[in-house]
Design a protein around this ligand. Structure first.
Ligand SMILES: N[C@@H](CCC(=O)N[C@@H](CS)C(=O)NCC(=O)O)C(=O)O
Length: 227
């Protein structure tokens, strides 16, 4: 099978979820990095593939597909040898889908709400209410962890999607083990079962954090110079 073209960045949580899924399924990827700072995702060519101008976008049999959650379900439904990552049972699917929405609507959305103003708008401070929102998100995950994984006792797409944002969040705002012991144990468990967890999550989250810290420092200096 020819490699599938994936438009992404190294540090995107959504893009990393697609990379992990492809790795588990044994699908080869031809990765094309998109430079968001150079607005490469706003070109006419890119918008033809994804009018929402987000990465990741994957091309499968000439068809461009976007949104990581839609992509990983598609890849598993089409290419997996069994249904373990996204079982056919409708109740299980509904529970997995709920966690994919948690990733999209809460985990990713809250980290983006904090990091984007620093990276793109020159903000020099992190608003406390937004930081509180991150710890509140940890409580939601802690409450959701009724078993070893987010849905049942084996790895599913819920974990693959959520682990990417959770790893980045935990790098920037470390989870308090006293308050969220299940989440801490869960993150350790993921390191054992997600293939190349270190490369896909730990290393890339550190890269994102380093980039973010530099931007924040730069913004603070600029803001101090203006005063
Ligand atoms: N729900 C989308 C979110 C993807 C997303 O927002 N990606 C960011 C990079 S991490 C992006 O492309 N931002 C550029 C933009 O929104 O214009 C997914 O899961 O694929």
């Amino acid at each position: 099978m020819a490699p599938k073209v994936l438009y992404t960045t190294r540090i995107s949580p959504a893009g990393r979820a697609v990379e992990i899924t492809a790795k588990i399924l044994g699908l080869e990827l031809d990765i094309k990095f998109v430079d968001l700072a150079k607005r490469e995702h706003l070109t006419e060519e890119f918008l033809k593939m994804n009018p929402l101008h987000t990465i990741p976008v994957i091309i499968d049999e000439d068809v461009p597909l976007y949104d990581s959650h839609a992509i990983i379900i598609y890849l598993v439904s089409k290419y997996a040898k069994d249904d373990k990552l996204y079982p056919k049972d409708l109740v299980t699917q509904a529970r997995i889908n709920a966690m994919l929405h948690l990733e999209s609507g809460v985990l990713f959305s809250r980290i983006r709400g904090l990091l984007s103003p620093v990276v793109y708008l020159g903000c020099a401070e992190l608003p406390q209410d937004k930081v509180d929102g991150i710890y509140d998100a940890y409580n939601l995950v802690e409450g959701s962890l009724q078993s070893d994984f987010l849905v049942g006792n084996t790895l599913t797409l819920a974990d693959i999607s959520c682990c990417t944002s959770l790893c980045l969040l935990n790098t920037v705002f470390p989870v308090d083990a006293g308050k969220c012991p299940k989440l801490i144990a869960y993150l350790k468990r993921l390191e054992q079962v997600v293939p190349d967890y270190h490369e896909f999550n730990t290393v890339r989250a550190e890269e994102a954090y380093t980039f973010f810290k530099l931007k924040l420092e730069e913004n603070k200096k600029k803001s101090a110079a203006l005063q």
